[in-house]
Write a protein that binds this ligand. Sequence first.
Ligand code: ASP
Length: 318
Amino acid sequence: MKSRRERNSLPALIVHGGAWDIPAEMHDPSLAGCRQAASHAWELLTRGESALDAVETAVRILEDSPTFDAGRGSVLNARAEVELDAIIMDGRNLNLGAVMAVKRVRHPVTLARLVMMESEHNILVGPGAETFAVDHGLSLCRNGDLVVPRERERYRRGHASDGTTDNHDETPTRHNPTDTVGAVALDTEGHLAVATSTGGTLNKHPGRVGDSPLVGSGAYADDQAGAVSATGEGENLMRIVISKSVCEFLERGMTAQEAADSAISLLAQRTAGRGGVIVLDRQGNVGVAHNAPYLVFAQVTPGGSIISRISAVHHVQV
Ligand code: ASP
């Protein structure tokens, strides 16, 4: 009989909608969004489509949802604009594409995939990334098309003319993580892929880039180890290169859950940062860990059922 670590569970999928202090009114829409993304991506995987197609599809759905801090619905920066970052990575060959600080792209994950497939580069930023999008057949939207009333209102509360805010949570901060999204998949051929997409942090300085689109920080996929999407305080997550750290823990023989737990301990111990990770090892075993108050995610069981959950920690270690 195979041990727990050797069990193959192909295909496999997990998606997340961020690790943060998710307010009660966001619980249901966050769960529903993760379920919807997981269900579409799972359908592709069971038809034999690639892990790359599955993670791109899942993240596009989450970018379309106004609930999450990715694509439409993202938080606003200090200039009341949406600025988006995304990455996609192919575990077969370690190819990756990332875009940063784009303002007029509805699906940054698709642009990241185009950068990976159609350019000789790995990363494009800002206006150069948008020109590349147009040259490769993507149409640009207006920045205002990405802004939802909830975020306009939150910005307004955070920038009261007398300098006060009516809610502590709205206090302008550059380190306030929200509902970044990500997906990790293992396809029927045994290949891993990951994608992560975000609007970054509330009231960030224009041009600020967090961990999400940085290879090894917001995401990493390697068929020889595992695949990981991270979320949380980008400035701290990148200091321990959290997604690559998880993969190194897997290579040292940890289970997916042990590797996820160890990375979050490392984050807490070395940076006092808060965040979360979702992990698949190369057999399709799942790991989920966070020290931010909540992490919302949906995973598919080996039997094909979708489970969505808001995981809570009551004693946040910082
Ligand atoms: N990690 C993201 C960033 O720092 C935020 C998040 O995950 O919510 O941009």
